[in-house]
Design a protein around this ligand. Sequence first.
Ligand SMILES: [Zn+2]
Length: 97
Amino acid sequence: MGGSKELESFDDLRKVRLADEGFIVITGTNKSAIIHKVNAKCITTDRFNSKVSIDNRKRGSYFWVDSVATGAREFGGKRCKVCKPELRLVLPSTFDG
Ligand SMILES: [Zn+2]
């Protein structure tokens, strides 16, 4: 799985959070897109439901992206100051030997 895809339902959100990979970009009509960690506490199911289900995505959408770089390139997203998604995943093994 790579690139980006829109999260169109609560089930989509649940699946990417279970997979625990990538990041979530939240777009809005009058503010810049914000990139969050996929399991960040600042992404609430209540807000997801109100934006996606009730407002029918007219005032903003949720997208899954494979990296912070994709979120910045495709959506002009900025990193969330609360959950602070990393620019690059550095695996612990990188520091071995
Ligand atoms: Zn966040």
